[in-house]
Design a protein around this ligand. Sequence first.
Ligand code: FAD
Ligand code: NAG
Ligand code: NAG
Ligand code: NAG
Ligand code: NAG
Ligand code: NAG
Ligand code: NAG
Ligand code: NAG
Length: 634
Amino acid sequence: MWLSSAVFTIFVVTPVVFAINFPYESIQLKDSDVGNNSDIAFGKLPVHASPRCKSYPGYESWPSTDRWGAFNVSLGGALLRGIPPAAACYEGEYKDAAACAVVRRRQGDALFAKEDPLIPFGQWQLDNPCPVPSFNVTPPLLECNLTAFPNYVVNASSVKDIQLAVNFARNNNIRLTIKNTGHDWIGRNTGGGALQVWVHRLKAFEYLPSFQVGKYKGQAARVGIALEQHEVYKNMAKANITLLAPGSPTVGAYAGFMQGGGFSYVTSRYGLMADQVLALEVITADGKFVHADPEENADLFWALRGGGPSNFGITTSAIVKAYPPTTISRSDFYIQTGPIFDNSTTSIRVSNETFWKAVNVYFSHNLRIQDAKGIMWNFINTQGPSPWSPERTFTLQSQITKPGITADGMKELMAPLIKDMNDAGIALPNPEPHFWETYADFGTIPGGPTGATSSGRFGSRLIPRSNFEDPKSKAFLKTIASIRSFVEEGGYNFHSVDYAPTIETAGYPGSNSAVSQYMRNTVMHMTGYDNTQYTPDLTDEEWKSSHARLNSYVNKWRDASPGSGAYMNEADTEEPNFQDSFYGDHYDRLLQIKNQRDPWRVFYAVTGVASDEWKVEGTRGLPTQQGRLCKVDA
Ligand SMILES: Cc1cc2nc3c(=O)[nH]c(=O)nc-3n(C[C@H](O)[C@H](O)[C@H](O)COP(=O)(O)OP(=O)(O)OC[C@H]3O[C@@H](n4cnc5c(N)ncnc54)[C@H](O)[C@@H]3O)c2cc1C
Ligand SMILES: *[C@@H]1O[C@H](CO)[C@@H](O)[C@H](O)[C@H]1NC(C)=O
Ligand SMILES: *[C@@H]1O[C@H](CO)[C@@H](O)[C@H](O)[C@H]1NC(C)=O
Ligand SMILES: *[C@@H]1O[C@H](CO)[C@@H](O)[C@H](O)[C@H]1NC(C)=O
Ligand SMILES: *[C@@H]1O[C@H](CO)[C@@H](O)[C@H](O)[C@H]1NC(C)=O
Ligand SMILES: *[C@@H]1O[C@H](CO)[C@@H](O)[C@H](O)[C@H]1NC(C)=O
Ligand SMILES: *[C@@H]1O[C@H](CO)[C@@H](O)[C@H](O)[C@H]1NC(C)=O
Ligand SMILES: *[C@@H]1O[C@H](CO)[C@@H](O)[C@H](O)[C@H]1NC(C)=O
């Protein structure tokens, strides 16, 4: 349907740009490199009608091994075959007992998965096609299905490598996927039979004491697109500044995290990661390398900040806002209905009835904490019955964090909450806060990387500010009731991070970006986890019924927040009406930019802008990413 639009006859003129942040960006694809090689030629308009499906290994349209070989030569040998490490555990040409032992030992290790070009964090998205056999099992358990993975990977070390990949994929109608750390929850970083661009090595940093663009003048930093949270903390310590950073050590700070919004422990004070960005370097769908900022390629600059990853281009670096160093403090406590075994944190045991009263009191302080620029982070979990606890029990774990505050100030911030708890019969003392001299120090909290691979699924919801304005209101009580029902009846674990990335906090240029109005108005990002692991041994029916049950409880959150949406980076791929829920009022403009910038549809990601034009063939149960990508209506 998009091919019929007249929009594609307009040529988008992009000026030649010399705004290069790092040396890897000065290595670019030149017309003289392309010559008459049509495999790697830049994209030209108009766009011709393309086949119904993307090319896929085994089909006639798939390039020959010789053509892939020639492509590898143009890449200087940076092309890898798409062989997942667990292939070493299966009969066949990749069998390797020593390599298999390594995979078995490290399968649960985020540091292993993020260093591999093929292992996505979320395993169910490919239907876990090459499971790592456990220690007590002699392989082969199931077949290691290589077809389900990206078929080739460009191990990119320059802009040129990425330009070549974009051009080769576009010219040969091949699905293109992009992997940075691989931490995407929902499969936007992988796809069967794809050419994968691995941007993970584009790491660099430079502090800029003064930088000016548009109406911004101040401190900033140039950042390589692949920097992870722990690397951001290290660099900010060295430069004696504050930069926004993701919540987990191995999440990438500036790629998928930023393009989907990106919230942090300091978001109520400094905004989202999308709000930090002052300029971007991008490879667009035609293979060109362009600069985007509030004044140049402003459409791309707008769309790339909050308009969803893997949609409009491949970014290689950014310039982000920097702030003076700040103190930060955090107050932790537990309230639980079961016995307390550990007195190292502030924990208090209460009855079931009092527990839910505590939850109510707790969230009635949401707006007060947010208006003070703090955030609330919590889990409401259910356990047992188990041998240690013959009854089912509940736990509320809370961390309240605020930058720019002393430990004493934190205790004062907590005091009204503690008083209300005490008045409700919960003898919680005001916890001794943790305190860090700088936000960079906060980043060195011991515990190491979290987040191995996962076959779990979840649902999510953004709850608007209006639900919290009056703790006696129907909206507030309905919100709390929906959380209670999720945990008590549903038997699921609940997690929320309560932050407020308002338009005012976003400032310039953040307030003018693709971040949805639902994000701007929220004070609570709810997530809830399915108890089922979506592994290959489950039947289609089991996948569907487990998901339907989870969804029926997430629907109660939706009912409690009509007219809101969800945070696209931590959401269900089956989110109803994702176009509105993830993008809000911006979807139409984003689709227009998509049509202008990517009329070839080089970029596809599940739940991405215009992704509803496509479906993945041959997936079972619920949509997954391993099959051939085809247009919905031929
Ligand atoms: C353990 C864990 C903790 C998390 N904590 C937080 C948190 O605190 N706050 C929060 O907001 N979110 C959090 N998330 C969610 C996070 O925002 C997403 O997982 C995000 O997609 C990660 O981006 P990435 O670049 O690291 O991962 P990847 O999976 O490598 O990439 C994510 C998406 O970005 C695309 N992409 C990658 N590089 C580029 C590029 N250069 N140009 C264009 N597209 C690109 C990929 O194709 C994919 O669609 C967390 C996730 C996990 C697993
Ligand atoms: C492509 O260019 C080379 C020289 O650079 C030439 O030898 C060759 O014949 C050309 N091929 C085509 C199809 O034009
Ligand atoms: C690409 O070339 C390099 C060396 O030139 C080689 O090591 C590598 O295996 C090749 N990749 C593929 C997919 O053949
Ligand atoms: C990717 O390329 C770099 C630099 O050439 C190399 O050190 C690294 O081993 C490559 N990664 C893989 C998985 O081949
Ligand atoms: C860090 O910066 C702050 C203010 O921006 C300054 O007061 C402090 O002295 C600096 N510390 C170091 C070690 O440079
Ligand atoms: C609990 O507190 C006591 C007394 O302060 C201490 O001796 C003990 O080690 C603590 N136990 C745990 C598990 O932290
Ligand atoms: C608390 O509630 C759970 C679930 O509703 C129930 O199983 C448990 O028995 C209750 N505990 C007590 C002490 O009543
Ligand atoms: C491997 O995965 C592909 C993509 O889903 C599928 O078409 C194919 O049937 C699978 N092969 C086997 C043997 O399961």
